[in-house]
Design a protein around this ligand. Structure first.
Ligand SMILES: Cc1ncc(COP(=O)(O)O)c(C=O)c1O
Length: 346
């Protein structure tokens, strides 16, 4: 299946994929680009049974000059290594990760039109491919890179509502919340279903010890805005080990400073969120991530009562930050920080 025929998120795959294998004896094989297609799978593959699987998510954009560029792929390459290390997997050298990403964008980037409405979402994955049901790290792994074209996870700057989960946790101290492993995601689906039943798009995750401190919104970072567009405090929870060090989160903190706001990293409790919204001190909230870009949060549903953020519409600080991020990604403003990694045309 190729092309942009379908608009659903995550299934308009490009024509190729990149593969590399690792064995204890030989280390990493050279990466190879092959037509997109199914993989052979042994029924006893370790990754399938015990979840020794890590992944990443990053995007490539077509700039105003017509060229293609990856957004901060070095950060994803580093996090991919961190994730692999945590699951006792071999680390993929960052230059191999970057070369694979450049290769796939170069061969399949042609499907991105020039109007800036779409981006290419890249999904690097590494899984234990050894067929052996002993409980120990595998001795064979496969690296895989696939991509799909997307117009965005949520509609353009549509606001979402969120539901606070009090009885389940996404991450715990000493666990894997600060890396991207496959096992972090399926346990969130039940809560996601409950959020949907309440008419909400995402779950708000609290810390697992006190169930008091806000951590993330679904698979996105969460931000709060205190004050107005002439100089706000743009607040996000600190990286405690149970929050993913999101590339978008780090980028938004920098962009907030560029726009004249004060970036703040501090714990925010659920109680504070409610009270400060009621008093008008907190004016906006948004979630962000590679897939979600910057998505306004307009309403919170909680067992203790629901509340609306600001006037329930996307606020000016959120809109400006979303615009600033997209402007850099699409090459519409100078790339002062070198966040774009151009992919040479073939
Ligand atoms: C749990 C979680 N939080 C936040 C994010 C956003 O991270 P990034 O900005 O690196 O895409 C993701 C997506 O990768 C995620 O899975």
């Amino acid at each position: 299946m190729t092309g942009t025929k379908t608009t659903a998120y995550g299934n308009a795959f490009t024509a190729h994929m990149v593969l590399a294998d690792w064995t204890e004896e030989s280390g990493w094989s050279p990466a190879r680009t092959v037509p997109f297609g199914e993989l052979p799978m042994h029924p006893a593959m370790v990754g399938l049974h015990y979840g020794q699987v890590v992944f990443e998510g990053l995007k490539a954009f077509r700039g105003r000059d017509g060229g293609l560029a990856l957004f901060r792929p070095e950060e994803n390459a580093r996090r991919f290594r961190d994730s692999a290390r945590r699951l006792a997997m071999p680390e993929l050298p960052e230059e191999v990760f970057l070369a694979a990403a450049e290769e796939l964008v170069a061969v399949d980037g042609g499907m991105l039109g020039g109007d800036g409405s779409q981006s290419l979402y890249l999904r690097p994955l590494m899984f234990a491919s050894e067929p052996d049901l002993m409980l120990r790290p595998a001795r064979r792994y496969t690296f895989l890179l696939i991509a799909f074209a997307t117009g965005g996870l949520f509609g353009d700057a549509d606001a979402i509502s969120v539901w606070v989960c009090h009885d389940q946790s996404r991450a715990m101290p000493g666990g894997t919340g600060d890396i991207k492993c496959a096992g972090n995601y399926a346990p969130t689906y039940l809560a996601q279903n409950r959020a949907s039943e309440k008419g909400c798009q995402q779950v708000v995750w609290l810390d697992s010890e006190e169930r008091r401190w806000i951590e993330e919104a679904g698979a996105m970072s969460l931000f709060f805005v205190r004050g107005g567009p002439d100089g706000a405090r743009v607040v996000t929870p600190e990286l405690t080990g149970t929050v993913l060090p999101s590339v978008t989160r780090a980028s938004v903190l920098d962009l907030a400073a560029d726009l004249g706001h004060t970036p703040v990293v501090e714990r925010v409790s659920l109680e504070q969120w409610r009270k400060e919204c009621e008093s008008g001190e907190m004016t906006e909230a948004f979630s962000c991530g590679t897939a979600a870009v910057v998505t306004p949060v307009s309403r919170v549903r909680d067992e203790g009562g629901d509340w609306t953020i600001g006037d329930g519409t996307p606020g000016p600080v959120t809109r400006a930050l979303r615009g600033a991020l997209l402007d850099v990604q699409h090459g519409r403003v100078p790339d002062h920080r070198g966040w774009l990694r151009p992919v040479p045309a073939r």
